[in-house]
Ligand binder design. Sequence first.
Ligand code: AVJ
Ligand code: FE
Length: 367
Amino acid sequence: PVAALHAPLPADPHDALVAVRRRTRALVAGLTVEQLERQVSPLMSPLVWDLAHIAAYEDLWLVHRHGQRPLLHPELAAVYDAFETPRTVRGDIELLDVAAAWEYLAEVRSRVEQVVAERGVDPELHEMVLQHEMQHTETMLQAMRLGALAPWLDALPGDGDASATGVELLDLPGGSGLLGAPAGVFSYDNERPRHERALAAFRIARRPLTVALWRSFAAEADGDRRWWSDEGWAWRARRDGPAGPPPDARDADVACHLSWFEAQALAAWQGLRLPSEHEWEHAAASGVLDDVGRVWEWTATTFAGYPGFEAHPYREYSEVFFDRGYRVLRGGSFAAHPRVATTTFRNWDLPERQQIFAGVRLAGDAA
Ligand code: AVJ
Ligand code: FE
């Protein structure tokens, strides 16, 4: 399964769609029906929900919208719509069983084959649908990690440079930086429009911080009110998981499963801060960062639309999350395919979340 995570996809959009399905199957191949149907946490869906949701999304965009045909299962649309049926309730309602979910996927795919034979591919919709499936496999891997369903996940994201802890900073000059996706490549609505923004000189760590530094924080500074925001301190009092990294993590490993609140406190303790997403993108585009793609990297930025934003092709992809306290994550994780995790890709989640594969790259003002 590890090899499947980043295996290259064919350039042709339809061949890529087929390869993504093979990848999805490989990632869940070791699970039992019971494991696929159980909800491991109210934060996550039963894995079988994701499978049927992937089918429903593909049917909606490639068969119904692109192919102009009726939905295969209109009666299932509400159950497999992420907003009408939020994660918390997905364990309490009746879902398709595992065999029926695979059958749904297969039936939708054969409808897609017919549509493609008739009208060809819509490259943008095909890319959106295959990336959607890969975004959901990452979510499924989070649930598998949380439920201890996949021992092979425990060795990831792996070790970096054992001689560094993640506080070695690079100096970057300010100036005017471009933010957002260029024309001519696939991008999401929230990456557009590409625009110029002034950037003051800043410092950013060469690599994400390691378990060693997280452990020092947990031992020496986690209980110190000074380093936390008000919201973060309140979260700390009610957090359910144990403080600090998993016991079996090695010091040199890249730290993973940090919440934004912890990342912020840890940076403050070091006399540093989180990078803005603009700083992150500027540094990544200059190619000076190591270990991008190990863990998602929390930024200081609250998820919002770029100036001139236009929702496309649907408001629920990103617009409904704007200005609601979601924090932007950049870079990608070991569980994200590089086709999804580009330099301009914006991920987002709530600041208390720990189940996502997230760490932090520290930053600071120019010395
Ligand atoms: C971009 C990962 C925040 O999981 O909510 C999946 C991706 N959008 N189905 C999410 C997504 C619709 C999204 N994230
Ligand atoms: Fe989805």
